[in-house]
Structures are given as C-alpha cells and as structure tokens.
Design a protein around this ligand. Structure first.
Ligand code: GLP
Length: 263
C-alpha cells in the first residue's frame, strides 16, 4: 500500500482530488466508486472547485456509491443519496443517470444487491474506489468479521458505528438505522485502484492496524494490503501510530517525476 502523509486534512483532500482529477482527465468516461462520511467532504469540495475553475468535466463519469442506509426515505437529509446530491452531484455536472447508489428502500434487498453488482460489471468495473475508514477499521459498512470475499449485501451496523454516526442525526442514536446495503469487501477489492482517506487522531489505531497489522477480517481495511494499486492518504494525526512513518515520507519525497501527483 502506498501511504501518503500530508500535514493537514485540507492538504490530504487536495492530494486525493488531484489523483481523482488526473483519472477523470485521462479517462473522461471513467467509473468512480464514491464514499460518504465526513472524511471525503474536503475532496469533494476540491473537485467542485476544479470543476468550476478548471472545467473538470464529470458529464461522462459513472459513479457507484459504497453504501446506503436501509429504510431512510430518499429525501431524508442523512440518506446517502441526499448526502451525495448535496455535497457533490448537484455542484458538478454529474449526469443523474450515471450516478448509482444502492436502493435502501428496495422491497427485495438480496435482488437489489445482485442488481447493484451486475450494474457495476455492466459499467465495466470500477476504475478507482474512494474510501474512508471507520474507527473499527470498516470500509463501506463492512464491519469487523465481514467476509473478505463478500459482495454487495445487507449488513447490521455495530453499536460503535451507530454511535459514531449519531452526530449526523442530531446526536440522536435512536434515529440511526440498524441496517445498510453495502458493497462487499470483495466488491471493493475488484476495483482497479483504491484510494483510502483517514484524517484525525480517532483514526490512528484503525489506520495502523490496517496498514501495518496482520490481514484480518477483524479490520476489514487491512485486506487492502492485498490490493495491487492501493493508496492511503492520511494527515499527521491519523498517521501518528504508524511505525514506518519516516519511510512513507521518504518514499513520497523521492518519487520519480513521472510518478508525482498533480492534477
Ligand atoms: C461511515 C461510512 C464509511 C465511512 C466511515 C467513516 O459509516 N459508511 O464509508 O468511511 O463510516 O466515516 P467518517 O468519514 O465520517 O469518519
């Protein structure tokens, strides 16, 4: 895994946006896997800026979001459909027909999960999957003990994840759904490139375990060690418990010119 340590979340978000923008410019009809949560918001802001100021064009980009709560009405401000519309899709020239999010209101959840997997395949697979990481190492909503080969399916959120996410529901834990539909770990691993972001001291343990610990379903993000093209962008606080921090800085500082990250 390539570890990119940046001084602040803002700097990390700019690097992440540059990596995504480079792909969109090289392949205007690329397929992006997108994520929700607070972590990618700075990346979305920078991509929106690039769209407005530099003409970064999303018209032909197809997107698949990682996950959606089960049972929240579409218009609920915390449904991931509403979150993505507000924080990204509406602010760039995304084509609504090309933005995909699991349907958390589907009557037949297994059929919806199978449909979602098939839609990813029909689009040619995901070129780059953006990820955050939960404080327990979850990616998407693949909680610890998730099968590392799993595909899109229903999951039950842990109490810790529900508590972590209660802040989006005015701190009211009772409002946080118990279930979600999430891409599986195997779905995420099938994407051609993975870009995981983690900012803040509360992510330091999960990041250290994911990057330098054993590969284990107890920290689903650790399976990214098996991905051939995985990058992890962290700020100093999230990097604080990495034993080989100095080496990651060294690698980044000595990239050959052709490998340097810029939009
Ligand atoms: C959420 C999402 C994940 C996200 C994670 C961290 O529950 N399903 O995709 O990466 O938890 O969230 P945050 O970025 O707000 O810390």
């Amino acid at each position: 895994m390539e570890i990119i340590i940046q001084p602040t979340p803002e700097a990390g978000s700019i690097v992440a946006a540059q990596i995504i923008a480079k792909l969109v410019r090289r392949k205007p009809d690329c397929v992006l896997g997108l994520a929700t949560g607070s972590t990618p918001l700075g990346t979305y802001r920078e991509l929106i800026r690039m769209h407005r100021e530099d003409g970064l064009d999303f018209a032909n980009v197809t997107t698949f979001n990682l996950d959606e709560y089960v049972g929240l009405p579409l218009e609920h401000p915390q449904s991931y459909r509403a979150f993505m519309a507000e924080n990204f899709f509406r602010q760039v020239n995304a084509n609504a027909r090309r933005t995909h999010i699991p349907d958390g209101l589907a009557r037949d959840v297994p059929a919806e999960c199978a449909r979602y997997e098939a839609a990813i395949v029909a689009a040619g697979g995901i070129d780059l999957q953006l990820l955050g990481i939960g404080t327990d190492g979850h990616i998407g909503f693949n909680e610890p003990s998730s099968s590392l080969a799993s595909r899109t399916r229903i999951k039950t959120l842990t109490e810790r994840t529900r508590a972590d996410n209660a802040r989006f529901f005015h701190g009211d834990l009772a409002q946080v759904p118990f279930h979600c539909i999430t891409m599986g770990v195997g779905t995420i691993m099938a994407s051609r490139e993975v870009l995981m972001l983690a900012f803040g001291a509360n992510k330091a343990d999960a990041v250290a375990a994911a990057v330098e610990g054993p590969i284990t379903a107890m920290n689903p993000a650790s399976v990214l060690q098996m991905h051939p093209v995985a990058k992890c962008v962290v700020d100093g606080a999230a990097a604080a418990k990495l034993a080989r921090r100095d080496y990651y800085h060294w690698v980044f500082a000595h990239k050959p010119d052709w490998q340097k990250i810029s939009a």
